[in-house]
Design a protein around this ligand. Structure first.
Ligand code: SAH
Ligand code: F3S
Length: 447
């Protein structure tokens, strides 16, 4: 029996792609393994969003190569965003790679492996994805939530971002297909469904029938999905601030099962930097959207992405970013140091604009320090309350499991008796707050 091992880096889209590849391999009779040394086939699903991540995938490839020295029948597949970007070069430069599968070719993994078995070194990259996406053939058993891609790729051109190159042009899936997949996930037993897209709220019904009036948009989609019987929690990532309409705000306000926790990447608190990033909104517009969302939905929490050290970012620009962090009081901030990426507009900015590494490091540290205080305070406000908790699995604390509240906070709780299965819903009372999570205890009765 052949066994496969998949290593996944990067975002939810890569996670879902790995689930899709695993499902197709299992259909072919291959078995999954968590033990590298038992694997006959290794798939490395790579991330290219920052240089560190891309480098990591190369160093992992190097380690896999050594394994291949000992086991000549081991096959190595290079997949994901770096694979898509490098294409043929990856095959040429790495004689130990057996095949390369880009992000738009995930649905072809089965035939790629068959060809590889016959001795061909297969290169499968490019867009668009040609085959219909078979959502039955996704291995979802290891995860607590069901993920559904509603929009692929990205047509925005944020000047720092490599994603439009690695994930291709924007493609929307038809509403009918999305609804069928969500229904399938509810039937499967998922409590939470997460809609995915690089700019998830830019979804439009592709090719609407002629004369049908206004094409359906993401607000309509939310209104259709949220009312599907049995759907307890609905989340979506990542929303693009400029594309967040009043209709979408109303949908978030109108459906209690839409999680009151939105990811809304702002990237910078300085209009000058936002302009150079090509984001298409101002800080004032972003704050106005935050205000509209908070007015519409009680207790709404927000998370964001920030980049520090973008070329030309001054102390004053950075001060504005810190100010924004203090003003909005995000429940969580993902802050990154700017990393120059191939074939993006920002790498052509003048070298004189480069922010010294020590300065960027210091700014990053500043954000973390400011944010951890805010997060701790926000988490403390949640102590002593009861929540329905979606169990995500084991916690790093010995003897504890962890889960997510409907407002997406992580809560650890001591296991009593039988551990709960990932994906189950339970009820907890929160006892203590930390920077990134809370501690709780199991109590009776779901809301
Ligand atoms: N589609 C999402 C983001 C995709 S990339 C959006 O609209 O925001 C995820 C995050 O990685 C980005 O929000 C950004 O903060 C960060 N990121 C992307 N490219 C980067 C780069 N070159 N250097 C540092 N961080 C980057
Ligand atoms: Fe990247 Fe901007 Fe698209 S951050 S994924 S180019 S919205």
């Amino acid at each position: 029996m052949e066994r496969f091992y998949i290593e996944t880096w990067g975002c939810q889209m890569n996670e879902l792609d790995s689930q899709r590849m695993a499902g197709q391999l299992m259909q072919q009779g291959l078995l999954p393994t968590r033990e590298l040394k038992l694997a006959d086939l290794i798939l490395l699903n790579s991330c290219s969003v920052r240089e560190k991540a891309a480098q990591k995938s190369y160093s992992r490839l190097g380690e896999y190569r050594l394994l291949k020295r000992e086991r000549s029948n081991l096959r190595i597949g290079f997949c994901g965003c770096v694979a898509q970007q490098e294409g043929e070069q990856a095959l040429r430069r790495n004689p130990d790679i057996d095949f390369v599968v880009g992000t738009g070719r995930v649905g072809e993994i089965g035939s790629v492996i068959e060809r590889s078995r016959r001795g061909e070194r297969v290169l499968a990259v490019g867009f668009p994805e040609e085959r219909p996406y078979d959502f039955e053939a996704v291995s979802r058993d290891t995860v607590h939530k069901g993920m559904v891609t509603i929009i692929e790729g990205c047509d925005k051109r944020c000047t720092f971002c490599v994603v439009p190159n690695t994930r291709g042009p924007e493609r929307c899936r038809p509403l009918a297909e999305i609804l069928r997949e969500v229904e399938h996930l509810i039937e499967y037993g998922f409590v939470e469904v997460e809609l995915l897209g690089q700019t998830v709220n830019h979804w439009r019904e592709p090719s609407p029938p002629l004369g049908s009036g206004r094409p359906l948009d993401f607000a309509d989609l939310l209104n259709e999905v949220a009312v599907l019987p049995g759907l307890k929690r609905l989340r979506f990532v990542t929303s693009y601030p400029r594309d967040f309409t009043d209709g979408m705000v109303a949908a978030v306000a109108g459906h209690a099962n839409i999680s009151p926790y939105l990811h809304l990447p702002v990237q910078s608190g300085s209009n000058r930097v936002l302009r150079r990033m090509g984001r298409g909104y101002t800080v004032e517009e972003y704050l106005a959207l935050v205000a509209r969302l908070r007015a519409a939905r009680d207790g709404l929490a927000l998370s964001t992405d920030l980049i520090v050290g973008f070329p030309g970012e001054t102390d004053e620009d950075f001060r504005r970013t810190l100010e924004l962090v203090e003003t909005v009081r995000f429940a969580s901030v993902f802050a990154f140091k700017y990393s120059p990426r191939p074939n993006t507009a920002a790498i052509r900015l003048p070298a004189a604009d480069e922010v010294p590494r020590e300065v960027a490091d210091e700014r990053l540290q500043h954000v973390f320090t400011a944010q951890s205080v805010i997060q701790r305070e926000l988490n403390e406000e949640l102590v002593g309350r009861k929540f329905d908790l979606l169990v995500t699995g084991w916690s790093r604390r010995p003897g504890h499991q962890a889960g997510r509240t409907d407002c997406h906070r992580i809560v650890h709780f001591p296991v009593e008796g039988e551990p709960l299965r990932a994906g189950a819903l339970t009820r907890i009372r929160t006892l203590d707050a930390y920077d990134h999570s809370l501690l709780g205890e199991l109590v009776d009765g779901l809301a």
